[in-house]
Design a protein around this ligand. Structure first.
Ligand SMILES: *[C@@H]1O[C@H](CO)[C@@H](O)[C@H](O)[C@H]1NC(C)=O
Ligand SMILES: *[C@@H]1O[C@H](CO)[C@@H](O)[C@H](O)[C@H]1NC(C)=O
Ligand SMILES: *[C@@H]1O[C@H](CO)[C@@H](O)[C@H](O)[C@H]1NC(C)=O
Length: 975
């Protein structure tokens, strides 16, 4: 328990007699998606929120409002706001009465988002706010995400925030914290960064972000005088459903009494004499004159009788509340790097289903993010090297901005979570796919247009049927050797690099189609480099033609015979054994230590209940298993594409019934076999196919091993840090409450071995039995809960999904060096671009780009041309340049390792940015910035005073888990 310092004690004693100071914070929770599309929401209420709030705040100077989701605000600002309203907004911001909180495009989800995208969506909003108003949000308001990640407070601290606010945490935990006055604490979200990036955190009490709606004297909706938003059109007469009784002479006392009682109830849960009283809820304040015109007299009445009530009330922004807490000078308890995941609201309400809801949307969101990363890095390189090149900069920035916007939007806590209605999921997908096409156009232009106009390449005629060109780009700042697959229509081929040298390749029939072939090419690429490869199709070509061997279908009943006829697949790292009597994986030996681990993988199904009368149901949000999982198949077939050349591919098909013609699930495993090359051999690539599922099933891939993990597993928070997940027994719902989110990585381990999975999208993970790691890959549900039916949130998802996991096995110390980089490499696989018309446009021979390589423990988190028009210097930044700044490059570098994780790789790294970036151009200046770019790091003084030694101009030292952000200026090169 924290001690009170003398000043705190004094003020505490003074507070005993003072009325409770209540901060009434007007807000509207505006989901960027969920049940209604963004356009529908803008039309029905969102635009009216900002129009009417602007008008109402301008009328009375005590009134306040906090604006949270920037996407709606920007749409209003750009497409609705009049010149007068814009002037009023500028004034309100200046007076601190309209305050931007969080400042991101959305209130992002915390469980299934990746830090890349969390940073992006914040930067997108922050850049807009800073260049438009010169303001930098400093407080968060994460009132609705389903559980709280330990990465979020770290990111907010890095962005310069002074306090963080959360709400949805386990109901029993919140209860205890409330009773013990521990809802507020200082959170050290990263075990490596510790106090350096700690942040004060406020947990909302049990009333959360909505005003209590119960009024003893009325059956209406409480303090919501404007009623409930109406879709699709707002009512013509301004009369909304459920508008509460007006505050009048007759009702004011009853209202005041209800409000005061609520305030006093809440005050008892906090250590200071201040109460945060959020006034608002979902879709509120679209008719804010009614809101304020009733609240004004109510508050006046309470204040006139404040002695008697023991309460005073005032309109406030969030910063005014936190200022008061900060000034109380109390000493706070520290919370370490544990998160608040998973999240339950009631005994049978574990919000662990959404970790796996809408696998397709989760996958496309991540693909879009990596496409954006590739396009950003390549465009940044292009701008530095060819400032006058033919790719028009404003056209390019438009393409990038569209994709930044789409990727930001889907991070909403009812977006990538899969907890939205089908039409809203389609909206996100459409925005993402359209913007991805734009980014592909940009990539093609960057690859294909001659870089300067002087040297058009001359090319000999080629016969398109016999040749194909492919450009392969490595978007990471590390040199890589990897296998790339290209789909071709010819059964034999030879591959050459841009020096005309033959490249190792392998060709085989595709698993998905009889008409196409998979061509695997071993590519070696420098950091941020691309190369052109030539594929020649001919009878006597050089690529090794791999042959398929099929194994008889085996019944799951024959498991008893397992272990007698084992088929080995050997690579430089592993010996995998497949069992011919079950067609399942039997074991993997990691050769470095000659240690064998028994491993079987197959699919299991949870049977979900859809009838509310029969018990707890599963839906978009909630996983509520109706008993343990059952084996999802009766027979298995196996096919092996044997090569011994580049990869061996094992395809396993799982049939629901022994005689079924079509399989229900499949696993394709690729084992790299390139002996004696630089190709990493520890990576076993697996792609699965699932669906369409039968109704009310939730399918897991179960990896059962001899690892003695005691049901403990590790899974990541937002791809940033690993969390230890110890199995816990609960009075009820133990199965579902032991599910955890996996964004990039999950592993199980014992003293000797660790089995790691890295993922291309988020899933739910659990270890229900010793040695097991199960990943929930897909769900299809329906239920008859009225609320779910009304909003169309039953998750009847009939899609076929094809997620990818990479699997690694080894000693704890060997895998500790690998998994962070593997997770990044899976996220940022090389970009493969086949060129259809090689004659028309082809880059000149050889890549014009030199490689850019960072040390293995540093990851290039971002390299982009943000295109903001503000000056770096805060005091003059609003002297707007009318043009975006195309020459300011944003660079963000992250140390991938935790302190003590690896003897070498966990060390702080000192690099000279001028040298590290010389492959790109000549650096003339570097400015260190806050995470989202808006603060010069030297002028950033967060509320807790912190120190950091300044580095010289170009040399920086990056410590474990640090993320550092820079503006880099290059010497301009004009050709
Ligand atoms: C807390 O400390 C600050 C600065 O020392 C001081 O201005 C303020 O009055 C103190 N607040 C209380 C409640 O003692
Ligand atoms: C390469 O293989 C992956 C995994 O099977 C697949 O998703 C992808 O579409 C393939 N790429 C090409 C270009 O065929
Ligand atoms: C990366 O590859 C480039 C060639 O593409 C080579 O010049 C450079 O030395 C390599 N760097 C490292 C650190 O391996």
């Amino acid at each position: 328990f924290g001690r009170l310092c003398t000043a705190g004690l004094l003020s505490f004693l003074l507070f005993l007699n003072a009325p409770i100071q209540t901060f009434v914070i007007p807000h509207s929770h505006m989901d960027v998606g969920w049940v209604y599309t963004i356009q529908e929401s803008m039309h029905a209420y969102a635009a009216n929120v900002y129009s009417s709030v602007t008008e109402e705040l301008s009328k009375v100077k005590e009134r306040r409002f906090i604006a949270v989701e920037q996407e709606f605000f920007r749409l209003w600002w750009d497409t609705v706001a009049s010149v007068t309203q814009k002037k009023q907004v500028q004034q309100l911001i200046k007076e601190g009465r309209l305050e931007f909180i969080i400042g991101g495009q959305v209130m992002h989800d915390e469980a299934v988002t990746d830090l890349d995208d969390d940073i992006l969506q914040m930067m997108e909003g922050h850049g807009f706010l800073y260049e438009t108003f010169g303001v930098r949000p400093q407080f968060s308001w994460h009132v609705d995400p389903f559980g709280a990640s330990a990465t979020t407070p770290v990111l907010f601290a890095l962005a310069g925030f002074n306090a963080h606010l959360i709400s949805r945490i386990d109901y029993d935990l919140k209860d205890t914290m409330q009773k013990n006055k521990k809802l507020q604490f200082v959170w050290r979200g990263s075990p490596s960064l510790k106090s350096q990036q700690e942040i004060f955190t406020h947990t909302m009490d049990q009333f959360s972000y909505c005003t209590p709606s119960y009024l003893p004297f009325s059956n209406r909706s409480g303090f919501y005088w404007n009623g409930v938003a109406l879709f699709p059109d707002p009512p013509k007469d301004g009369i909304y459903p459920n508008m509460s009784l007006p505050v009048t002479k007759e009702t004011v006392h009853a209202y005041a009494k209800t409000m005061v009682e609520n305030i006093k109830q809440r005050a008892a849960w906090f250590r200071t004499n201040h109460v945060l009283w959020p006034w608002g809820c979902d879709k509120q304040f679209y008719n804010s004159s009614v809101q304020f015109n009733n609240m004004d007299p109510l508050m006046k009445y309470i204040n006139q009788n404040s002695k008697e009530f023991g309460v005073s009330v005032q309109y406030a922004t969030l910063s005014e509340y936190f200022q008061a807490i900060y000034q109380s000078n109390l000493t706070w308890e520290v919370r370490g790097s544990e998160d608040f995941l998973p999240y339950s609201t009631e005994p049978y309400q574990a919000w662990t289903g959404f970790y796996a809801s809408r696998n397709v949307l989760k996958g496309v969101a991540r693909q879009a993010s990596s496409k954006l990363y590739a396009a950003e890095t390549l465009f940044a390189r292009y701008r530095i090297s060819f400032p006058d090149g033919p790719v028009a900069k404003d056209w390019a920035l438009d393409k990038l901005r569209a994709l930044r916007w789409a990727v930001s939007e889907v991070q909403h806590h009812d977006g990538i979570t899969g907890t939205e209605s089908p039409k809203v999921a389609d909206m996100y997908l459409q925005h993402l796919l359209q913007a991805m096409m734009g980014a592909e156009e940009l990539l093609a232009a960057l690859f294909l247009l001659p870089h300067n106009l002087e040297s058009p390449s001359t090319l000999a005629d080629v016969d398109q049927a016999l040749e194909q060109h492919v450009i392969i780009y490595n978007p990471l700042a590390w040199n890589i050797t990897t296998i790339v697959n290209v789909t071709v229509t010819q059964p034999s081929a030879a591959v050459f690099d841009d020096d005309g040298q033959p490249v190792p390749a392998q060709i085989q029939g595709s698993a998905h189609s009889n008409a196409t072939y998979d061509l695997f090419i071993v590519v070696e690429l420098g950091g941020l480099q691309y190369r052109k490869y030539l594929i020649k199709f001919s009878e006597n070509s050089k690529a090794y033609e791999a042959k398929a061997v099929s194994f008889e279908r085996r019944s799951a009943k024959d498991r008893a015979k397992a272990g007698r006829r084992l088929l080995p697949v050997l690579s430089e790292c592993y010996e995998l054994l497949f069992d011919q009597d079950t067609n399942l994986l039997h074991s993997i030996t990691y050769l470095e230590e000659k240690r064998r681990v028994m491993i079987t993988q197959d699919f299991w199904e949870y049977d979900a209940n859809g009838d509310v009368k029969a018990g707890p149901i599963s839906d978009n949000y909630i996983f509520s298993a109706n008993g343990s999982a059952v084996r999802a198949y009766k027979a298995v077939e196996m096919e092996m594409i044997i090569s011994g050349k580049i990869v061996t591919e094992i395809r396993q098909y799982f049939y629901r019934e022994e005689s079924d013609k079509d399989y229900a699930y499949s696993i394709t495993t690729r084992v790299p076999e390139c002996f004696g090359t630089k190709l990493p051999c520890h990576r076993l690539e697996q792609t699965y196919s699932l669906g369409p599922l039968s109704l009310n099933t939730e399918v897991v891939l179960r990896t059962s091993t001899s690892v003695k993990n005691n049901r403990t597993l590790y899974s990541d928070d937002n791809g940033y840090q690993m969390m230890k997940r110890t199995y816990r027994k609960f009075t009820n719902n133990t199965l579902a409450r032991n599910y955890f989110p996996m964004v990039r990585t999950a592993y199980i381990e014992d003293d000797l071995s660790r089995l790691v999975l890295v993922s291309d999208r988020a899933h739910g993970v659990s270890s229900q039995t010793d040695g097991q790691l199960e990943v929930m890959l897909h769900r299809r549900l329906w239920n008859n809960l009225q609320w779910n039916l009304g909003y169309n949130l039953t998750l009847n998802d009939s899609s076929v999904v094809r997620p990818t996991l990479w699997l690694m096995l080894g000693s704890v110390s060997a895998t500790s060096k690998l998994y962070q980089r593997e997770a990044v490499q899976l996220q940022h696989r090389p970009v493969v671009m086949p060129i259809d018309q090689p004659r028309k446009c082809l880059p000149h021979r050889g890549s014009p780009l030199r490689s850019v390589v960072l040390p293995p423990n540093l990851h290039l988190l971002s390299l982009s041309v943000p295109g903001w028009n503000y000056c770096s210097n805060h005091s003059v930044h609003l002297n707007l340049h009318s043009q975006p700044d195309y020459d300011r490059i944003l660079l963000r570098i992250m140390h991938l390792f935790e302190e003590g994780e690896d003897p070498e790789l966990s060390k702080p790294v000192t690099i000279n940015l001028k040298e590290a970036l010389q492959g790109m151009g000549e650096v003339k200046g570097v400015e260190e910035r806050s995470l989202t770019g808006t603060w010069d790091i030297a002028s950033l003084q967060r509320w807790k005073w912190k120190t950091r030694t300044r580095d010289d101009n170009f040399t920086v030292t990056i410590s474990p888990k640090e993320i550092r952000t820079f503006f880099v200026h290059f010497v301009s090169r004009n050709f």
